[in-house]
Design a protein. Structure first.
Length: 189
C-alpha cells in the first residue's frame, strides 16, 4: 500500500515532497510509477524530465525487489521524493531516497558497479543498462549500507546540460521500449 506524506526540505524558495511506503511486489509498480509521474508533472517539470525520472525510480525499485529482497513480494521499500522550487514555482533540485531492509546491498558501490557494467556492455552483454541510465540522468548518486538498512540517494539539478553519453542513452531508451513489459523496465538487471 502506498502512503503520501508531507514535509520536505526547506532550503529552496519552496519545497514539496512525496513519501511512499510500498510493497516490493513488481506487479504493483505501475501504480507507484503513476503516483510519482503525477507528482512530478504537477510540479511543472518538463514531460521528458518526468519520463526520465520515473524510469530511474522504476529501475531503482525493480533492483531493490530483485536483488535486495530476492523478489520477495512482502517486503517494504520507503521512497522519499523532495523537490525544491525556485521563485517561479518550477522545480530546481530533486532529491530522492530509496530505503530498504534487504541483505543484497552490502558492499554495493554504484560507481564501481558502473565501471564493471560498462566493461560488460563493451563486451556485448545486455545487462547493467539501468545503472548506466541512472548515472546519465541523475547528477549525483550515493549509497550507504548500515546493518539492516540500505539507502540509495539521488540528486538532479534542473537546467543543467547533460555531459554524459547521449547516443548510448538513446540506444538504452530504445532497448527499454523493446523490453518493457517482458521483465521490467530495463529487462534483466
Amino acid at each position: 500500500m502506498a502512503h503520501g506524506g508531507g514535509g520536505a526540505r526547506t532550503r529552496g524558495e519552496e519545497s514539496v515532497g512525496l513519501r511512499l511506503r510500498i510493497r516490493s511486489d513488481l506487479r504493483h509498480f505501475e501504480r507507484y510509477r503513476e503516483l510519482a509521474r503525477r507528482f512530478l508533472a504537477a510540479e511543472l517539470l518538463p514531460a521528458d524530465c518526468v519520463d526520465d525520472l520515473v524510469l530511474v525510480l522504476d529501475e531503482c525499485l525493480t533492483n531493490v525487489a530483485r536483488h535486495s529482497y530476492a523478489e520477495s513480494a512482502e517486503q517494504s521499500i520507503r521512497v522519499q521524493i523532495d523537490l525544491e522550487c525556485g521563485p517561479d514555482g518550477r522545480g530546481e533540485h530533486l532529491y530522492v531516497a530509496i530505503v530498504d531492509q534487504g541483505g543484497g546491498g552490502e558492499g554495493f558501490d554504484p560507481a564501481t558497479r558502473l565501471a564493471s557494467n560498462l566493461e560488460r556492455l563493451a563486451a556485448g552483454e545486455q545487462s547493467g543498462l539501468g545503472l548506466l541510465l541512472l548515472f546519465e540522468i541523475m547528477d549525483q548518486v550515493g549509497y550507504r549500507s548500515v546493518p539492516g538498512e540500505n539507502c540509495l540517494t539521488l540528486h538532479k539539478a534542473f537546467g543543467r546540460k547533460s555531459t554524459g553519453l547521449p547516443r548510448m542513452i538513446d540506444e538504452i531508451r530504445r532497448t527499454v521500449a523493446r523490453t518493457a513489459g517482458e521483465t521490467g523496465p530495463l529487462g534483466r538487471s
